[in-house]
Ligand binder design. Structure first.
Ligand code: PFF
Length: 448
């Protein structure tokens, strides 16, 4: 235990302060903000859900985020060896390994969806997307065909090219360009959206709290979303934490990532809801909202193929910066565990992810669409196991580890003594209980 030198997975290749924050934001902001958040907010009645989400983010998300960043920087290893170095216990290292496995599984369907976003970006700019007359049929036809395999391969190759270059000239440089670009496109789209006739109605739906819609289910959805959206429980923040030096304030990073995360989710809502209200699209319709429903609005809008292309391009960029962090979790592990070179680790892992994501993609209505296990197709099964089982368990592990096991957590966090006490209190008595609730609820052992 104790402080050791740099992790062999980065051999001194580190983030700058800006690069670290940009990359952590890049990991956090992803499909979760722009695709998932608007539809679950729509489902749970907009504004009231937003308030619950922000509360969950502050009291559960931020403490765990700071814990994971601290574990990474303190342990200076990958998501598994960091635990080992700080505690000397193999059991904790195994719980860390669980998060690495979760990130591997998530990557096997996240890359599929990243591929869809690339396809929609491309076909929106060329206009061919709008040749279809029924967009939801188009969506299921596309996702059920072989086409997405090519697109997910492109998404994976982009991630590969970045991860190959390492931490500072790969991940950091990519995020330093994409995050500001993302912000610019987001603002352009928001301005466009707010000029639509249904803008007021959409914004009102998004912001006006209707507390009668807040049920136990919506609270747990908000917690789960806060968790996923901050990239917790997947080793990403631990891995990134290990690439930053002691001068970096982890508190500032936590604030920036959480604040940025809320901001992007808010703007995503301000883009999507004015569009749904203006073009009469059902806002609470679920996962198909952005792919199956929004193209109709872009089709009806002047210069819609450009705005549509920008919108899907935004999704693609957000998805790629997150996917890069997921891949890095695995590559960092392989480099230190098997002493592989970065190139070898990146090629092999990307290849395996690609192989597994082929059946994942084909289970979305393609030739494997009829194969179900416990009622789930492969895509949903992987999502379920990773998001509902592995994620809460490894999130629980990082909370308990920083709260009870690792004595120097408070010191590493860099918080002032008063805040340290509040943080440790949350980690000990509040976040583990809430995360445990989410877990029991999502595996069906708790009914509300
Ligand atoms: N935070 C990402 C999103 O909201 O889409 C998803 C994610 C990326 C989770 C990377 C975990 C992770 F390691």
């Amino acid at each position: 235990a104790g402080q050791s030198s740099d992790s062999p997975s980065n051999s001194g290749d580190q983030f700058s302060s800006i690069g670290f924050i940009a990359s952590a934001i890049g990991s956090a902001i992803g499909l979760g903000n722009l695709w998932k958040f608007p539809y679950i907010a729509g489902k749970h009645g907009g504004g009231a859900f937003l308030i619950v989400f922000v509360i969950c983010l502050i009291f559960v998300g931020m403490p765990i985020l700071l814990a994971e960043l601290s574990i990474g920087r303190g342990g200076r290893g990958n998501a598994s060896t960091s635990y080992l170095k700080l505690s000397g216990s193999k059991l904790w290292a195994r719980s860390g390994f669980l998060s690495i496995f979760a990130s591997f599984l998530i990557m096997c369907f996240y890359s599929v969806v990243a591929g869809w976003t690339l396809y929609y970006t491309f076909t929106s700019f060329t206009g061919s997307l709008y040749e279809s007359t029924n967009f939801s049929e188009h969506f299921s036809q596309f996702t059920g065909s072989y086409g997405p395999i090519i697109w997910q391969l492109i998404a994976l190759l982009i991630c590969l090219a970045i991860i190959m270059r390492g931490v500072s000239s790969g991940i950091e440089r990519f995020n330093k360009i994409l995050i500001p670009l993302l912000a610019i496109v987001l603002v352009i789209l928001m301005v466009r959206s707010l000029m639509l006739p249904g803008a007021l109605e959409g914004a009102e739906f998004f912001f006006k709290p209707d507390f009668s819609k807040i049920t136990g289910e919506s609270v747990l959805d908000a917690l789960g979303q806060a968790f996923f959206s901050l990239s917790l429980g997947m080793g990403a923040m631990i891995t990134f934490g290990s690439y930053v030096n002691k001068k970096q304030s982890l508190t500032a990073a936590t604030l920036a990532v959480s604040g940025g995360n809320i901001l992007y989710a808010l703007i995503a809502g301000l883009i999507i809801f004015p569009v749904t209200f203006t073009y009469g699209i059902e806002a609470g319709q679920g996962p198909g909202l952005v792919f199956a429903a929004l193209p109709a609005a872009f089709e009806a809008m002047p210069f819609g193929s450009i705005f549509g292309g920008l919108f899907f391009g935004l999704l693609a960029m957000a998805a790629l910066t997150s996917a890069v962090s997921l891949l890095e979790v695995n590559v960092a592990y392989a480099i230190s565990k098997w002493k592989w070179s970065r190139a070898r680790a990146t090629y092999l892992i990307t290849f395996i992810i690609f192989l597994i994501s082929i059946p994942t993609s084909l289970s979305m209505g393609g030739i494997l669409g009829d194969y179900k296990l416990w009622g789930y197709n492969l895509f949903d099964l992987i999502d379920y196991v990773a998001s509902n089982i592995l994620l809460p368990i490894s999130g629980l592990a990082s909370t308990l580890f920083a709260g009870y096991v690792w004595k120097y957590a408070a010191e590493e966090s860099g918080l002032t003594p008063l805040w340290q006490r509040g943080w440790i209190f949350l980690l000990r008595y509040i976040t583990p209980i809430l995360v445990a609730f989410v877990f029991l609820y999502s595996v069906g052992l708790l009914n509300i």
